[in-house]
Ligand binder design. Structure first.
Ligand code: PEP
Ligand code: MG
Length: 484
């Protein structure tokens, strides 16, 4: 009876939440298509089917996680305090936390416990200030993945990116990079403002460069029909020269940084400048620089050294007299700097990276599991190809129970996540662990991430309410974190 009351109330809150999401056309990007929204709505409507009674502690204003006793756990409803607050905003003047508390106390006399300061946080994958705002409104506790390539693809940026790729002299390349730096600074500043006080993980450029060039096939057709302009001919040469047979296993991620070192340096410079700008405006930027697709300790150490060098140069530039001692190490110099705190970490996206996580942890402040690539590389399934034809056939034939790109493969990919988390923590106890693949918004996968001891999941802004509830359910479900 009580459960039905609570469920009805939450149902109402979620129905309203979903209505808002579906109406929020402005905030929906190309990637967040109708299917995603429909899926979100369907999942949202079934969410209140959580278990049993509610635990809310109004008096303990500072929310704590107090798992209910073992014997009531099986019969417990999870109420995320934030969701209740959101409901409050929508259904004023009624206070849902109070109402739920009263309901629980009146009918069961049970202890009331809030799930607020969760041990599994939820962040957003976002690149634009609008997405960041939506995410924050939904309760995101930071940005777990800013895919900087999305900034490069904006119509006013693409020609500059292409100039950088086409540059035939170092001076031309430097000029294009400098132009990109200016616009990236603005982009990063907008994001850091929107997420002031919360961590923002910025991933340095990841995709293969040919993704920024026109398609070779289209240019070939144009060449054969109306002909190409001089600029288009140059672009076609570049597209040919950057084309790869297996681009997702080719020159991408940190490998790109090795081939074009100026690129990552430029991005870090833009990020540091942006952090300074927003700090001077009174905001609190918290910056996390993320190196994509590293597979060896050596390449991560190299990439980290570029970032540290930029941090050092940046702090010198701001305080020229501060450090001149030739023997001062880069690390010590950075420590003395008063600049906003910057941490440096890597993605774990390949089975090798997962297995050598202990080594990578030695030079990483955080890991973020890129479970999209990790799934692709573990199964050997090309994520751009298998979902259209092969996956439906495999699901139909019962060769796979679930699409592993949607729900984490517990015994394979999930096992690698657990191994990497354990090895990473063994090497560095305080290393921060998160996940930023699509699985970060999938309730079933979230349970595994919690059990693996991850600190946060990061997902699309519109999946945040679902992820928050799943995180709360994982916590109250009492699953023990295995690596903490
Ligand atoms: C991933 O691989 O899980 C990830 C987040 O990176 P991307 O999807 O951009 O390759
Ligand atoms: Mg990836």
């Amino acid at each position: 009876m009580l459960a039905r009351h609570v469920a009805a109330h939450l149902h109402q809150v979620f129905a309203e939440l979903i209505r808002r999401v579906i109406n929020a056309e402005d905030g929906i990007k190309a990637g967040d298509d109708r299917a995603l929204r429909t899926r979100f709505a369907a999942e949202g409507l079934t969410l209140p089917s959580v278990r049993g009674d509610t635990f809310v502690d109004e008096a303990a204003r500072k929310c704590r996680v107090i798992p209910p006793p073992e014997d009531v756990r099986a019969n417990a409803v999870v109420v995320d305090v934030w969701i209740a607050r959101f409901g409050h905003a929508l259904h004023r003047p009624e206070n849902p936390i109070k109402r739920i508390t009263e309901l629980v106390q009146r009918s069961s006399g049970l202890a009331v416990v809030a799930i607020g300061d969760r041990r599994l946080r939820v962040r957003a994958n976002a690149e634009t200030p609008l997405d960041a705002k939506v995410a924050r409104d939904f309760g995101a506790e930071g940005i777990g993945l800013c895919r900087t390539e999305h900034m490069f693809l904006a119509p006013d940026r693409l020609p500059v990116v292409r100039r950088m790729i086409l540059a035939s002299t170092p001076a031309e390349e430097a000029a294009a990079l400098d132009e990109l730096r200016k616009v990236q600074t603005e982009d990063f500043a907008a994001l850091l403002r929107a997420m002031s006080g919360l961590p923002v993980t910025v991933r340095l450029l990841d995709p293969p460069l040919h993704e920024f060039l026109p398609s070779v096939d289209e240019l070939e057709i144009k060449k054969a029909t109306v002909g190409l302009t001089a600029e288009e001919s140059k672009l076609m040469d570049a597209a040919h020269s950057w084309a790869e047979v297996n681009p997702m296993l080719g020159t991408r991620g940190v490998r790109l940084g090795v081939i074009k070192p100026g690129l990552y340096a430029m991005q870090v410079r833009a990020l540091l400048a942006a952090a300074d700008i927003v700090a001077s405006e009174g905001f609190s930027p918290i910056v996390e620089v993320m190196i994509p697709l590293t597979v060896t300790k050596e390449e991560l150490a190299l990439a980290r050294s570029w970032v540290e060098q930029e941090i050092l140069d940046h702090s010198k530039q701001l305080k020229p007299a501060a450090k001149s001692g030739a023997k001062t190490s880069i690390k010590k110099s950075i420590k003395k700097s008063k600049r906003p705190k910057v941490t440096i970490g890597t993605m774990i996206e390949t089975p090798r990276a997962a297995l050598v996580a202990g080594e990578l942890a030695e030079i990483s402040d955080f890991f973020s599991f890129g479970t999209n690539d990790l799934t692709q590389m573990t199964f050997g399934f090309s994520r751009d190809d298998v979902e259209s034809r092969m996956m439906p056939a495999y699901l139909e034939a019962g060769l796979l129970k679930r699409n592993p790109f949607e729900t984490i493969d517990q015994v394979g990919v999930g096992e690698l996540v657990k191994i990497a988390a354990a090895r990473g923590r063994k090497a560095k106890r305080g290393i921060k662990l998160g996940v930023c693949g699509e699985h970060g918004g999938d309730p079933e996968s979230i349970g595994l991430f919690y059990r693996a001891g991850l600190d946060y999941v990061s997902c699309s802004p519109y999946r945040i309410p679902i992820a928050r509830l799943a995180a709360a359910q994982a916590i109250i479900g009492g699953s023990k974190a295995e690596t903490k």
